[in-house]
Design a protein around this ligand. Sequence first.
Ligand SMILES: NC(=O)c1ccc[n+]([C@@H]2O[C@H](COP(=O)([O-])OP(=O)(O)OC[C@H]3O[C@@H](n4cnc5c(N)ncnc54)[C@H](OP(=O)(O)O)[C@@H]3O)[C@@H](O)[C@H]2O)c1
Length: 254
Amino acid sequence: MASASSPPSKKQEKQDLGWMEWLKGWYDLIFEACFQKLMSRHLHNPLPLPSLNGKTCIVTGSTSGIGLEIARQLAESGAHVVMAVRNPVAANELIQKWQNRRTDSDPLNIDVMELDLLSLESVARFSESWNSRGKPLNVLINNAGIFSIGEPHKFSRDGYERHMQVAYQFIPFFLFTALEGSRSALFAATDPEILKYSEKLKSEEWPVCAYISYNCRPMNPSKEAHNVNTSHIVWEKTLEMVGLPSNIVETSMQ
Ligand SMILES: NC(=O)c1ccc[n+]([C@@H]2O[C@H](COP(=O)([O-])OP(=O)(O)OC[C@H]3O[C@@H](n4cnc5c(N)ncnc54)[C@H](OP(=O)(O)O)[C@@H]3O)[C@@H](O)[C@H]2O)c1
């Protein structure tokens, strides 16, 4: 995302990240590069999913890669899937292909809705259109993103940096196929134990959210990621950047 502030000085950078954190970061990276396949060997490919009849799931960026796999597998397990994509033609072609491949008579329950996350106008249009349906949402998979290294800095029409990504680990890009990469998100979205795990977390000293690792096991991220004050700061900054009032949640829930 674009930032109006000037880059931090070397002194500030050093204060932000100590050598222990650097060491830990490199250790994690090397460990995952070497052992991620091994640590995931207990997982089936594709991951077996429970029946998802009656559940509605939105998957952003589902025209390729991990998002495509997630949308297809959720739908094949009985969910009503909404593909939130910036290329609806490609999404409809995919649905057609998946439907044609089916041997049983039940068609997949998939809709396509246009969403370009680099346009706030498109995001607002998507939200209004979704809200007007008045239907519950059971699962939201924020998958859409761009992972690029070495490209020049580019900005959207709204002035935000185009490079945005979500919390998949860095390494699967090289080690896992999209089918393998989809497993942790599918597990987090559908495993019945996740609700109990999240409830347990809320009552303990890690109150912010649950983290599921690439091998479909709960993991402990940094203390900062669980820090409620940091979460509030990030939330407020996000509202400021997208131009929403700080009481938006309270007012929209009335
Ligand atoms: N694969 C990895 O190991 C890895 C590593 C780090 C992070 N990630 C993150 O994991 C996510 C999926 O990765 P992937 O490898 O499956 O990527 P991918 O194959 O490039 O798919 C990305 C999807 O996001 C969509 N998208 C991009 N920008 C969008 C926007 N502004 N609005 C709406 N949709 C947008 C793309 O749509 P179009 O088809 O229209 O471009 C595409 O469907 C991404 O967020 C990526 O940054 C993946």
